[in-house]
Design a protein around this ligand. Structure first.
Ligand SMILES: [Zn+2]
Length: 626
């Protein structure tokens, strides 16, 4: 902003200089000298700038004196003194104000284009030190306005925003209006921080608050960042997405959802929305809003249709700006009963009898990221939860809240580490300990030792299949006899997309697909295979929803012996298949293909092929599929 020329009759100290003199920040001699210097200058420098040039005062001192004394100063004089507008323009503005009774000077100045609104806001916030509140990205905290008469706010042109360190941050249209400040003081006393926001935005928000109930209703209006973010989050939750990707490109902001494990496009927004959207999300997840050059992360709670959801936010800097990924942690109705998880009849019966009903021992669920381990873990926990037993968890983070059990979210930022939590967990007299994930020797040892002392331990692991889970455990510095005497089972799993129920079609597998399975041309003939044609319901993918496929390795005497003898993975797998009734991931998937639940394509996409599957009728017999 360029200072404007001042007329010569102003060669007397203004209000700010008088205040500086009064506060002893400036001497009379220095002020007089600066005035003489200024009168000799041909440029249009203000007295304040001259004082700064002479190093008699600095910008911070000015801000400080204004911040602490602003209630006694007049805004027009300040703008002139700081060089934002000329005395002549101020006089015109004051004349106009007189004819328009009750109108604030700031409004007159902006309306008559003596200054732009942004320059005016800038003057107040940057120069005078009032925090500027951008209401297009900042929301009103419901708590703050809960018991506030909105009509009173309207009458006094202010809007309470949120609590900041025990004080209420309040947006004023004119922070120099004594009546407005007094009006707010009646409600908040001295416990407030005076901020400034665009007057029309304050008005709009107040009207919105007033028209509906007293709680703020976020209007889904795609012209504001709040509206865009609301649209993105609300739709994602409605569509059952697990992740939201917001990516800036050269000319557009792309939003995609991960639904059933696959990214699907949601919407494009103009690229100029990117910064606003990022700022809004940063406010929600308490990240640093000013930081735009470094990766950041955060967490937020989001209310949607009466449900409270937790989201984990990651902000990553790309060449085109900030890419934001939000993970939706506790999705609505995500905890399924074990009966509806897709475990086939005989496997489910065995899992209940040998694993869930066992009084102690370690149960491990294994699979890569996104294979649904956590969902299965929670289903198991909610199946065994009862008032007679105590269940306690250490998770990173808690993804679903289950009623009646004690869950702890690991938070390394505050030094609430896995180690620390596990040390304390055993002293809590639990019957069942849930360890979100075994990721090092320490947690593996805790699991095994807790089982040894009679606890039931449920945990997950990050390996391809059940046998490789076992091998990894054997390589973790745990005595073989400890593993063989404590681990009850390893359950490997994957999620396969289900054929869309709205557009299924019968299909015949190609001979190359059959060859991949080691099957002949007739081996699948008796079964009705289905595939989705693609329709609007399934986003034209042919798939809707997902089903889990499982590989359950229950530790019998033969397996235990093989562990003690440190057998190879090939031998362990063979023993499992021959003696422990093991059905591989591939076999469970092929069985589900034969039932028209999923497709061969999906099977090959997701399942590692280690051994060729046995004939379908044999698999279905082992699984109890009729
Ligand atoms: Zn469909």
């Amino acid at each position: 902003m360029k200072p404007e020329e001042n007329t010569p009759e102003e060669n007397k100290p203004g209000e700010i200089v008088s205040l500086l003199l009064k506060k002893g920040l400036l001497t009379e001699q220095n002020a007089a000298y600066a005035m003489r210097v200024k009168s000799k200058l041909s440029s249009d420098k203000t007295l304040i700038d001259t004082l700064k040039d002479l190093k008699y005062i600095n910008g911070d001192q000015i801000k400080e004196v204004l911040r602490t004394n602003h209630l006694s100063l007049r805004i027009g004089d300040l703008l002139v003194e700081l060089g934002y507008m000329s005395r002549a323009k101020l006089l015109t503005a004051l004349n106009i104000q007189e004819t328009q009774q009750g109108k604030r000077l700031g409004k007159v100045i902006v309306e008559n284009q003596f200054m732009t609104e942004s320059a005016f806001m800038d003057a107040l916030s940057v120069q005078l030190g009032f925090p500027f509140i951008d209401l297009s990205i900042e929301d009103v905290s419901p708590k703050v306005i809960e018991n506030i008469p909105i009509k009173w706010c309207m009458a006094n042109n202010f809007l309470p925003i949120k609590q900041v360190k025990g004080k209420t941050l309040i947006a004023f249209a004119d922070p120099f209006s004594k009546t407005d400040i007094q009006g707010a003081k009646k409600l908040f006393g001295n416990n407030m921080i005076i901020g400034i926001a665009a007057p029309n935005m304050i008005e709009k928000k107040l009207e919105r608050l007033c028209s509906g109930n007293l709680r703020p209703k976020t209007i889904v209006d795609e012209n504001t960042a709040i509206g865009i973010v609301e649209t993105i989050l609300g739709n994602a939750i409605d569509q059952g997405a697990s992740d939201i990707h917001i990516e800036p490109f050269e000319e557009r902001l792309q939003v995609r959802y991960r639904i059933d494990g696959i990214l699907v496009p949601f919407k494009m927004f103009p690229i100029n929305a990117a910064t606003m959207v990022a700022a809004r999300i940063k406010i929600l997840c308490k990240a640093n809003i000013a930081e735009r050059r470094r990766h950041q992360d955060g967490r937020m709670t989001y209310e949607h249709k009466g449900n409270s959801l937790d989201l984990r936010v990651s902000i990553f800097i790309t060449v085109f700006g900030e890419k934001i990924v939000l993970r939706i942690l506790n999705r609505i109705n995500q905890i399924l009963e074990l009966d509806h998880m897709g475990m086939q009849p005989k496997m489910l019966a065995r899992f209940r009898k040998d694993v869930l009903n066992a009084p102690s021992g370690v149960m491990i669920i294994t699979g890569p990221t996104g294979s649904g381990k956590t969902t299965t873990l929670y289903s198991c926990v909610s199946e065994i939860a009862s008032p007679q037993i105590s269940i306690i968890t250490a998770e990173d983070p808690v993804e679903y809240v289950v009623e009646g059990i004690s869950q702890c979210s690991i938070d390394p930022k505050i030094n609430l580490t896995f180690e620390e939590t596990l040390r304390h967990i055993v002293r809590q007299d639990p019957d069942v300990i849930v360890i979100g994930e075994i990721r090092d020797n320490y947690s593996a040892n805790v699991a095994v030792h807790a089982a040894l002392t009679g606890h039931k331990v449920m945990t997950s692991f990050h390996t391809e299949d059940s046998i490789s889970g076992l091998i990894r455990l054997m390589n973790m510095d745990i005595e073989a006899f400890l593993i063989s005497s404590t681990v009850v089972c390893i359950l490997a799993q994957r999620l396969l997309r289900k054929v869309c129920p709205h557009c299924p079609e019968v299909y015949t597998p190609s001979s190359s697909d059959l060859k991949l399975l080691g099957y002949g041309p007739d081996d699948m003939k008796k079964y009705t295979l289905l595939k989705g044609r693609g329709c609007p319901v399934c986003n034209h993918t042919g798939y809707k929803g997902r089903v889990a496929v499982y590989e359950l390795l229950v530790f019998n005497e033969f397996i235990k012996e093989a562990i003690l003898e440190c057998r190879s993975s090939y031998e362990l797998r063979k023993i499992g298949l021959e003696t422990a009734g093991l059905v591989t991931l591939m076999e469970d998937a092929v069985s589900k293909v034969s039932q028209g639940i999923t497709t061969l394509e999906e099977t090959f996409r997701c399942i590692p092929q280690l051994l060729p599957p046995r004939p379908i009728h044999e698999i279905n017999r082992l699984l109890g599929v009729s």
